[in-house]
Design a binder for this molecule. Structure first.
Ligand SMILES: Nc1ncnc2c1ncn2[C@@H]1O[C@H](COP(=O)(O)OP(=O)(O)OP(=O)(O)O)[C@@H](O)[C@H]1O
Ligand SMILES: [Mg+2]
Length: 356
């Protein structure tokens, strides 16, 4: 089967600045892909290159099997949905929806029918006569989505479409967008810097940093086996704890140094004694025990509870973050025991950051 979107060896330079570095990405039809990474890593550049709004400096970009090199944006048959909605303020919802069809020569009555059909799927039927200024943020975002859907594009390209919405609406809209994607059997590329959004919405997550793809795969595979320290720290919230460690004489345990706490932990590996490594442990994989009952004891610093979970900071160097379900028993200023499971530890090379 040909992929709906295929990038091979794609590079993009803005003058001397190398914004995309050898990007290889294959997206099968029907897939929801999330592009994540810190600000400035090249997410929008990649999306805009797909849409034809940026030209690429080297490599190949195909949509539905067709090479896009000389195809202008209008002819690419992809729809972009932005955070700013980009609705026409002087047009009603219906006119916003029918506009792109009308300029393509679709007859008035047919365009109106198409708008009504799309509005019914996106819950806008009762708002067709309103102007954008008369809509809530979520409703405007739905108009922007509808305007993309009405064109039956080969792919939907989303650039942080929900970042203007409040937290509750964002959670609601991400379910709505994913449900629409499934209903339309669409192919979607969704840019976000919110890794939770990426993890919950996507079939395939692409983690970028400084113009390169650090890792791509299924969301939980990235969580379980991050390829390097960067991905390990980026995926998962709160972020993974990183602890400097040295492989002990036996080669199957490491000595960690947390300032006041020094301890030896078994690891599921056989390594060169003396090798410097970074130990990674997720906050949710540390269990709190009574003092003396865990792997080692630590002093408790800040304790923050949201009701459903509690974040405990251990006052070590570096600090450790621990997440407990519920309210927990840790109190600031007290000592607790903590225990970790060797199977849930991650090891990275100290210098390269690559997973061991
Ligand atoms: N037209 C341009 N000319 C020069 N440099 C540019 C241009 N557009 C983007 N860049 C640079 O390319 C890099 C990638 O930008 P891009 O907009 O793709 O980042 P991003 O990952 O979308 O970030 P954000 O999360 O902040 O939106 C940035 O360092 C940016 O400054
Ligand atoms: Mg961007």
């Amino acid at each position: 089967m040909t992929n709906q979107i295929e990038l091979s060896g794609v590079n993009k330079h803005y003058g001397a600045f190398h914004a995309l570095k050898n990007i290889n990405l294959s997206i099968a039809k029907g897939t929801f892909v999330a592009l994540v990474g810190p600000s400035g890593c090249g997410k929008s550049t990649l999306l805009r290159s797909l849409a034809g709004l940026e030209s690429i400096s080297a490599g190949e970009l195909k949509i539905a099997g067709e090479l896009m090199t000389n195809v202008p944006p209008r002819k690419r048959d992809v729809a972009m949905v932005f955070q700013s909605y980009a609705l026409y303020p002087h047009m009603t919802v219906e006119q916003n929806l029918t506009y792109s069809l009308r300029i393509r020569g679709v007859a008035k009555a047919e365009a109106k029918k198409a708008a009504e059909e799309v509005a019914a799927t996106t819950g806008l039927s009762h708002l067709l006569k309103r102007y954008p200024r008369e809509l809530s943020g979520g409703q405007r975002q739905r108009v922007a989505m509808s305007r993309a859907i009405i064109r039956h594009p080969k792919a939907f390209l989303f650039d942080e479409p929900l970042s203007n919405l409040d937290a509750a609406l964002r959670v609601h809209m991400r379910k709505e967008i994913r449900a629409l994607h499934d209903r339309l059997n669409a192919t979607s590329v969704y840019v976000t810097h919110d890794q939770i959004e990426a993890m919950t919405m996507a079939d395939h997550v692409v983690v970028m940093r400084e113009g390169i793809i650090e890792q791509q795969g299924r969301p939980l595979d990235l969580y379980d086996t991050p390829a390097n320290k960067f991905v390990a720290g980026f995926i998962g919230s709160p972020a993974m704890n990183f602890i400097p460690a040295v492989v002990a004489e036996d080669g199957s345990s490491v000595t960690i140094d947390l300032g006041t706490v020094k301890h030896t932990l078994s690891v599921d590996h056989q390594l060169q004694p003396g090798r410097k490594v970074t130990l990674g442990v997720r906050p949710e994989h540390i269990t709190i025990t009574s003092p003396g009952q865990g792997t080692f004891d630590v002093p408790v610093g800040v304790v923050e509870s949201t009701g459903s979970s509690t974040f405990v900071t251990a006052e070590t160097t570096p600090e450790l973050t621990i997440v407990e379900t519920g309210r927990g028993n840790a109190r600031a200023g007290e000592t607790i025991g903590i225990s970790v499971n060797a199977a849930q530890l991650h090891l990275f090379d100290e210098t390269s950051g690559i997973r061991i």
